[in-house]
Design a protein around this ligand. Structure first.
Ligand code: MN
Length: 240
């Protein structure tokens, strides 16, 4: 028995090599796991389940096929937080909350996308709170697709500009927030993505050793975590 975790693929029409790597990862690796967790930013952008493209159709087909052998769970990221129940149903996956605590192979594990841990980025946290509000969401999704595309493009430009101005460490997780959530949920392992800083951090607080594994964004390499009874490891493979 094994569980597999990925995040930050940022799937988009402009990067067919990432989509290709995703499909072959699903066919060759994810099918060997009992569960696949996608921890956010699966897509570069998402303006609603009704915006169907060749890419979304391919992803739905690929995941639906996987769902016959593997349970699929997906969490929203900051780019694709508008993924809804229609997509979930057609892809054969279950949407899960962020954060989500799970017991896995005798360990208490907390799963997050990771953006909630970046508490030093006050502007972003306020933007997040606004856009995750159900009335904002409802109003946005009621607009025509073309208008939604234009708004998303504008929001992306604003975010890019803001990101360029921010200091590097503001966009990383806050160590205090990491300790706080791990204590709040009493877990010894935290798995997240978002920061694009793949690594395994061993921490020691209050005499207890704990671990934080950060998934990487798919670019030159694809990243995943493979967890079974004996191990929990961050792995990568080249994308050509
Ligand atoms: Mn993200």
């Amino acid at each position: 028995m094994a569980f597999c975790f990925i995040s930050d693929l940022h799937l988009q029409d402009d990067r067919p090599e990432i989509t290709k790597a995703f499909v072959s990862f699903i066919e060759n690796t994810a099918t060997k796991a009992e569960r696949l967790y996608v921890l956010g930013d699966f897509f570069e952008a998402w303006i609603g389940d009704d915006d169907e493209t060749d890419l979304t159709l391919l992803v739905k087909k690929t995941l639906l096929e996987l769902s016959t052998s593997t349970d699929i769970y997906a969490m929203h990221g900051n780019r694709d937080f508008l993924i809804g129940s229609n997509f979930a149903e057609k892809a054969g996956l279950i949407l899960i909350d962020d954060p989500k605590k799970e017991e896995m192979f005798g360990n208490s594990v907390l799963l997050m996308h990771g953006d909630l841990l970046c508490t030093d980025d006050v502007d972003y946290q306020s933007f997040r709170a606004t856009t995750r509000n159900s009335s904002w969401r409802k109003e946005f999704l009621s607009k025509p697709i073309s208008e939604r595309k234009a708004i998303a493009k504008e929001l992306r430009a604003i975010s890019k500009e803001a990101t360029g101005r921010k200091k590097e460490d503001i966009m990383d997780v806050s160590e205090n927030e990491v300790s706080r959530v791990m204590e709040e949920f009493s877990v010894d392992l935290l798995i997240h993505g978002h920061t694009h800083r793949p690594d395994t951090h061993i921490m020691n607080f209050k005499g207890v050793t704990s671990k934080r594994i950060v998934l990487g964004d798919w670019d030159k390499f694809g990243w995943f975590i493979w967890m079974d009874t004996n191990s929990c490891e961050l792995k990568k493979f080249p994308i050509s």
